[in-house]
Design a protein around this ligand. Sequence first.
Ligand SMILES: CC(=O)N[C@H]1[C@@H](OP(=O)(O)OP(=O)(O)OC[C@H]2O[C@@H](n3ccc(=O)[nH]c3=O)[C@H](O)[C@@H]2O)O[C@H](CO)[C@@H](O)[C@@H]1O
Ligand SMILES: C=C(OP(=O)(O)O)C(=O)O
Length: 432
Amino acid sequence: MDKLRIRGGRPLKGSIPISGAKNAALPLMAACLLTDGTLTLANLPHLADITTMANLLAQHGVDIRLNGHAQGGGGSQGRVVELTAATIASTTAPYDLVRKMRASVLVLGPLLARCGQAKVSLPGGCAIGPRPVDLHIKGLQAMGAIIEIEGGYVIASAPAGGLRGAEIVFPQVSVGATENLMMAAALAKGETVLVNAAREPEITDLAHCLIAMGAEIEGAGTDRIRIRGRDRLSGARHTIIPDRIETGTFAMAAAITGGDVELVGARLDHIRSVARILAGAEIDFEETEAGLRVRRRNGVLVGVDVMTEPFPGFPTDLQAQMMALMCTCTGAAMITESIFENRFMHVPELARMGANITVHGASALVRGVPRLTGAPVMATDLRASVSLVIAGLAAAGETVVNRIYHLDRGYERIEEKLVACGADMERVRETP
Ligand SMILES: CC(=O)N[C@H]1[C@@H](OP(=O)(O)OP(=O)(O)OC[C@H]2O[C@@H](n3ccc(=O)[nH]c3=O)[C@H](O)[C@@H]2O)O[C@H](CO)[C@@H](O)[C@@H]1O
Ligand SMILES: C=C(OP(=O)(O)O)C(=O)O
């Protein structure tokens, strides 16, 4: 398994191109199942999760053509994918593919709406918590679906005449359930209203694409989304939004190293809560023609408290990176995780690098230390892994981050982008 070797202590300086958003691309790819026309997606990131989704779609019968290439020096503006689900060869999403990536469950709504049936493996829990899909299932049931759980699979069928629009009130905000139900509703009979819907930019991006495919959707980006179902949708062309989590990650990497970086293509409107919190830590974001410039205001990093929340709050997918950043702050920081039950796996690894962190339930108290020191570390999920890269960039000496396949799920050519800004790091390839 590949590792990353990092010799810390160099300030990051230069520009980093921000790739297309993984968490926008995955539901957008699933949306191709809603039409027999061709869905063309531009700005597709080059990531392991995208390959997993492509493999899943291929076994449903989708014809996939990848044009362009990842541009040198980072960025993926050259990658365009054409997805054509002229016919659906299979309505089953098998365990072997779903277990690799939870977002595979996003094929459930589109398959059920288009084919009247779907059999999708339950994704199960993962390193960050149990992650049930009950809200996806209850929402589809409210639209008339008959659903059984058998042998680890969700077996769903639509009533005669197809799924019907319904008012669905989410007891808890769920990004994936909002996406699944928005896609199903786009081909259902009548009107669906999603109440307490997720407001993440990835939801708005999906809505824009569905609208380009002929769907009638109002209110995406608010907590009440209204969808009027159509008999059929058509192909469309859509450009995937830049990755706000990658943006926040590199902003924190720049800040911890005392660097000065321009994040090319980044959007401030997608990370306002992050910019606000980081402003409190004395890190400035400045909008530039090409994106966002990030650097420390006065040379110091001040401890700030953070609580993760659904958008527009501070994203859980940046909590681990924020914790790494706070390890060397002046003062202390209380970091509270309110979305996932078990998203502190980076804490013992950061402690191995000299961090002073105490966990009390859903909160971690980080007391700043003058310097982290390099160590061999390992993480069991994507954002925890990248938090160790951030810590390693600032630590004295050498850090080896093991098992970086987690990183390759969500960060496109991370070492290439960081080395271009002066980081001293390399990928160590190991053949099994
Ligand atoms: C591919 C993708 O876009 N992944 C993101 C998506 O995951 P995902 O869509 O899985 O996350 P959700 O927003 O659904 O989960 C939020 C919370 O709701 C709970 N829940 C969710 C669904 C359900 O049926 N029942 C239930 O109880 C979850 O366990 C979690 O505690 O949003 C998360 C929250 O911003 C991010 O961390 C993930 O990176
Ligand atoms: C948790 C994440 O992804 P997933 O929902 O695919 O596990 C993430 O992107 O941080």
